[in-house]
Write a protein that binds this ligand. Sequence first.
Ligand SMILES: Nc1ncnc2c1ncn2[C@@H]1O[C@H](COP(=O)(O)OP(=O)(O)O)[C@@H](O)[C@H]1O
Ligand SMILES: [Mg+2]
Length: 339
Amino acid sequence: MIHLKNISVHFKQKNREVHAVKNVSLEVESGDIYGIVGYSGAGKSTLVRIINLLQHPTDKSSEVIVDGKNLLSLSQKELRKERKKIGMIFQHFNLMASRTIADNVAFPLRNSGLSKAEKEEKVEKLLDLVGILDKKNSYPIQLSGGQKQRVAIARALANDPKILLCDEATSALDPKTTLSILELLKEVNQKLGITIVIITHEMQVVKEICNKVAVMENGNIIESGNVVDIFNQPKQALTRDFIRTATHIEQAEKKILSHTKEQVYELKFSGRHTADPIIVEIYKRFGIVADILYGNIEFLQETMIGTLFVTLEGKVELNELEAYLAEQDVTITKINKKT
Ligand SMILES: Nc1ncnc2c1ncn2[C@@H]1O[C@H](COP(=O)(O)OP(=O)(O)O)[C@@H](O)[C@H]1O
Ligand SMILES: [Mg+2]
C-alpha cells in the first residue's frame, strides 16, 4: 500500500544542515496499523510527511509509491487526486475555531461536487461514526481534547481515504482519552479497511493497536517488524528501552533491585506458556526454588508475552538452566544493578 524507497531528507538552514531522514525504506501493507516510534527529533514527522509529499525527498534515488502510484512522477493535478486518498490527523487537532464542528468536517468536501444535502448527510454519517453527532452545531472551543480529535478524524475521513496518517494524535490527551481514541482508530481500520500509520513517542500506543512497528533514531529506522516479534525479542537497546517503559517493567526492575540483595533473574516467555509449570519444572529438574518477585503479562494481538522477576534458591548452574528453558521458549537473563 505504501512503499518508501531510499528516502533522504536534508534541511539546509543558514549555518547548519540537518540530515533528518537518512536513506530510509519502509513498506506498509494494506490493512496494517503501522507504528513509527522514536524520541523527539528522530525524523518521524518528516518521514511520514513524505507519504503525502507534504515533504519532498531530497535525494534523486528516492521513490514514493502509494496505492500503486509513483507520487514523484505525477502532475500537480494528479497528485491532488492521490492526496485525497490520504487523510491526516495531528497532535493539536488543527480545527478551524470560527467554524462549527459540522463545517469543519464539511471543509474537505468543498470541491467534491456533492450537493448541499449530500454533504450534510455525509457529515452526519461521519460525526455519527466518531461518536459526536450531538456536537455538530458546537464550536471547537466547546469541546474536550478527545472530542476535538474525533472531529479531526471525521474530517480526515471525509474524502473516503485509503490511508490515515496520525502524527502524535494522542500525545496531547490523558491516558483514558488516549485509549478511547486508539479504540476509534482500530474501528476505522477494521470497519472501513483503512491502512493507518501512527507516529508516536510512546510504545504504549504501539502496544495497544499496531500490528507492525518501526523504531527510528537519528534519521534511521534501526529496527522494524511485527509487534509481537519485536516485543518478544527486541534487538536494539533503544527498542528495549521503549518496551520496558511501555510495559512498566523498567519501574518494577528499579524497585526490586533497590529492595533485594540477592541476584535477580528475568524470565521471559510467550505464546502458550504460563508461569506455574515453568517454576514447578525448575524445581523438579534442578531442585531450584524460584521465588517470584514480580510478574507481568501483556497481550499483543492475542499473543501472550510474560515476564517474571525471580530469585533462585539452590545450586544454580545457569548454563544448564538456560539450555532447558530455551527448549521451552523461555529466556533467562541475570538482572544487574545499573551503575
Ligand atoms: N522544516 C524544517 N527545517 C529545518 N529542520 C527541520 C525541519 N523539520 C524538521 N527539522 C529537523 O529535522 C529533524 C527531525 O525532525 P522531525 O521529523 O520533526 O522529528 P520527530 O517528528 O521525530 O520529532 C530535527 O532535527 C528537526 O529539527
Ligand atoms: Mg514529530
